[in-house]
Design a protein around this ligand. Structure first.
Ligand code: HEC
Length: 117
């Protein structure tokens, strides 16, 4: 195989693998699977799991753009990565460090922001 052919086949491999990697971390699916039980399917913070816990804390409604404006992207990423207690918030909000990659967390932050109206 010439170096040129090698380069071309590497490009093909990258082109095939990238879309799969992007799909694996579809943020709306991650939210359905891991977050909706507390944050609700639409991000209103009204998940049944949280009501059952009777934790006495209410997450911000992610569709409320002005309420979400009090949060920087960095703090949103930090609370997902390290949990509520890292920001002096409720420890009911779990830490996903090691369960979600930094890329997945960045996608979640962008997705959560996109819900704001
Ligand atoms: C066991 C319930 C629970 C689960 C599961 C959960 N959260 Fe939370 N989350 C909370 C609570 C409660 C708060 C509010 C903490 C506070 O204000 O003291 C919170 C706060 C947050 C915040 C800060 C803004 C806000 O909504 O108040 C973000 C961002 C967030 N969670 C993202 C996520 C993501 C992303 C997932 C899934 C990967 C997730 N959470 C899973 C309970 C949960």
């Amino acid at each position: 195989m010439t170096p040129r052919m090698l380069g071309a086949s590497l490009l093909v491999v990258v082109a095939l693998v990238l879309p799969v990697a992007a799909r694996a971390a579809d943020p709306s699916q991650v939210i359905d699977q891991r977050c909706a039980k507390c944050h609700g399917k639409s991000g209103h913070g009204d998940g049944q799991g949280l009501k059952d816990l009777d934790a006495g804390v209410a997450p911000v409604d992610w569709t409320d753009k002005s309420a979400m404006a009090k949060w920087s992207d960095g703090d949103l990423a930090k609370i997902i990565d390290q949990g509520g207690k890292a920001l002096g918030k409720s420890k009911v909000m779990p830490a996903y460090h090691g369960k979600l990659s930094p890329e997945e967390i960045a996608q979640l932050v962008a997705y959560i922001r996109s819900l704001g109206k």
